[in-house]
Write a protein that binds this ligand. Structure first.
Ligand code: TYD
Ligand code: MG
Length: 435
C-alpha cells in the first residue's frame, strides 16, 4: 500500500474569451527579434539562436555527470549579474549548489535558490519572483501532486513540463529544464519532452575528456543545427570559441591512420582528427568499432575499399575514432576515414598539413559536399597546406592552400601517398610496404 496526498491542481488553463482569429498578410508580420537576453558566452547564445527568449521553455538533456548543472550555473551567473535567476534544485541541497557555484565563481547576488520538488510550490515561486531566468534541475525530480506516479515517471515528467510551458508563456519567464538521459535512452527522460518544449539542447561529451558539445536538436527560435563548444576544467566550464584549434592541438601528426577532416556543424566548420587502427586477427571473430562515427558508415567504407582497392579486411579488426569526443554525422568525412584506414593498414602516415574532404559513393567515386569553401577557409586559417577535394567542386580556393581534385578513392590514395603508388592503379600490399 502506498499513501498519496492528492492536492488537485487549480485549473490554470483558463477559459479564454472567444476571439475571432484573424488572418494577416504574411508580409506585414514584423520581424522583431523577440526579447532576448544575451549571455556573456557567445557559444551559448549561438545554440540558443541569439540569446534566451522570454517565455521560452528550453530542455537541456544529457547523461548524468556530463556537466548540465555546471553549465546552467554558469548561465545563471551571467544572467544573475544584472537580473534575477531562480535556480530550483530537486537533486542537490542548498549547500551542494552553493559549493559548486563558489567553485565556478558564480556566486552572484541575483541568484535565488529553491530546493523543492513539488510543482505547485515551484510554480508559485516563479510567479512570485518573476525572474529573468528560471532553472529546474531536474525535471525528473519534480512531482505534480495532481497526478499519480512517482517523480520521473512518464506522466509526471510530461504533465509537469506542460504546466511549466503554460506558465512560461503566461508570464514571459524563460524556463530551462534539466533532463537526464541514460545511455540506453530511458523512456521517461527527455524524449517525452521533446515535443512539448520550444528548444532542445543536448550536452554531449566524454566525462573523462575536456570537451563538451552543446547541440541544438530542436529550436523554435533559431537554427537547430548549431553547436556550442565548451571545455570542462578545474573551475567549471569555459567556452571554446575556436574549437578547430583546440581539436588540432591534441592531434597526433604523422602517425599512420591519422587524418584531418572538416566536419560542418551548423554554420561552422570544425577541423577534426579521425584515427583508424587495422589489426590482424586470425583467432576470433573480427571486430568493427566506431567511436564518433556511425558503424554502418564504417562497414560501407570498408566494403568500398575491398572492392575498389582490392584490400581485405576479412581477417582484421578495424577501430575508428574521432578525437575530442566529437560525433561526425555527415558523409563529408567518408573520404578522410577511408584514407585513414588505408594509411594505417599500409603503415604509411599521411603527409603533413593535409585535409581530406569528400563523400564516398558505393562505386568508389568521390562526391561533392556542401559548403566546401567554408571548410577550405577553415583549413587555411589553421595552417593546413594541402586539400583533397571532390572533382568538379566550384568553391573558391583560399590562398596558401594547394587544392587537389580527386574523382575516385583510388585517385585520392595516389594523391595522398605519392611515391610508391602508381596513379590510378589499385594498390597491393607489397608495393606499399616498400618505403
Ligand atoms: P554536473 O554539472 O554536476 O553534471 P550533471 O548535472 O550533468 O549531472 O557535473 C559533474 C561533473 O563535472 C563531475 O564529474 C565533475 C565535473 N566538474 C569539473 O570537472 N569541474 C568543475 O568545476 C565542476 C563544477 C564539475
Ligand atoms: Mg546535475
Amino acid at each position: 500500500m502506498q499513501e498519496f496526498q492528492v492536492r488537485k491542481a487549480a485549473k490554470d488553463a483558463k477559459a479564454r474569451p472567444l476571439q475571432a482569429a484573424r488572418a494577416v498578410p504574411l508580409s506585414e508580420i514584423t520581424l522583431e527579434d523577440g526579447q532576448r537576453t544575451r549571455l556573456a558566452w557567445g557559444e551559448l547564445n549561438r545554440v540558443l539562436g541569439g540569446g534566451i527568449v522570454a517565455g521560452s521553455l528550453v530542455l537541456i538533456g544529457g547523461e548524468p555527470g556530463v556537466g548540465k548543472s555546471t553549465l546552467l550555473m554558469h548561465a545563471a551567473a551571467q544572467v544573475g549579474k544584472a537580473g534575477k535567476v531562480l535556480y530550483v534544485s530537486g537533486e542537490e541541497s542548498g549547500q551542494q549548489v552553493r559549493m559548486r557555484a563558489q567553485r565556478l565563481e558564480a556566486l552572484e547576488p541575483g541568484i535565488l535558490l529553491l530546493a523543492e520538488n513539488d510543482l505547485d510550490a515551484i510554480c508559485e515561486a516563479i510567479r512570485a519572483e518573476v525572474p529573468q531566468l528560471a532553472i529546474i534541475d531536474s525535471i525528473q525530480t519534480v512531482t505534480d501532486a495532481g497526478f499519480e506516479g512517482s517523480a520521473g515517471s512518464v506522466t509526471q515528467v510530461r504533465e509537469s513540463a506542460g504546466r511549466l510551458m503554460r506558465l512560461a508563456k503566461e508570464i514571459g519567464v524563460p524556463i530551462f529544464l534539466v533532463g537526464h538521459v541514460t545511455k540506453d535512452g530511458s523512456i521517461a527522460g527527455p524524449r517525452v519532452l521533446e515535443h512539448i518544449v520550444d528548444t532542445v539542447l543536448y550536452l554531449e561529451g566524454d566525462r573523462r575528456q575536456e570537451l563538451r558539445i552543446l547541440r541544438a536538436t530542436k529550436n523554435r527560435f533559431g537554427s537547430a543545427e548549431e553547436i556550442g563548444v565548451f571545455a570542462m576544467g578545474e573551475a567549471g566550464l569555459e567556452e571554446v570559441a575556436d574549437p578547430s584549434a583546440a581539436l588540432l592541438a591534441t592531434a597526433a601528426p604523422s602517425a599512420p591512420g591519422t587524418v584531418i577532416v572538416a566536419a560542418l556543424e551548423g554554420t561552422r566548420p570544425l577541423l577534426v582528427e579521425v584515427q583508424s587502427l587495422v589489426n590482424k586477427n586470425d583467432n576470433s571473430m573480427v571486430r568493427r568499432i566506431a567511436n564518433g562515427i556511425d558503424v554502418n558508415r564504417l562497414h560501407m567504407i570498408l566494403a568500398v575499399l575491398e572492392k575498389r582497392l582490392q584490400m581485405s579486411f576479412g581477417k582484421s579488426d578495424v577501430f575508428v575514432s574521432v578525437a575530442g569526443g566529437i560525433r561526425i554525422t555527415e558523409p563529408a568525412a567518408d573520404l578522410g576515414l577511408a584514407l585513414s584506414i588505408v594509411s594505417n593498414e599500409y603503415n604509411r602516415p599521411m603527409p603533413d598539413g593535409l585535409i581530406v574532404i569528400g563523400e564516398l559513393g558505393l562505386s568508389g567515386e568521390v562526391r561533392r559536399v556542401g559548403q566546401l569553401e567554408r571548410r577550405l577557409q577553415e583549413a587555411a586559417r589553421h595552417g593546413l597546406t594541402r586539400a583533397l577535394i571532390p572533382a568538379g567542386s566550384k568553391a573558391g580556393r583560399p590562398s596558401g592552400l594547394d587544392v587537389v581534385e580527386v574523382r575516385t578513392v583510388a585517385e585520392a590514395v595516389s594523391a595522398a601517398f605519392p611515391s610508391p603508388i602508381k596513379s590510378g592503379a589499385f594498390i597491393r600490399r607489397p608495393e606499399l610496404t616498400v618505403s
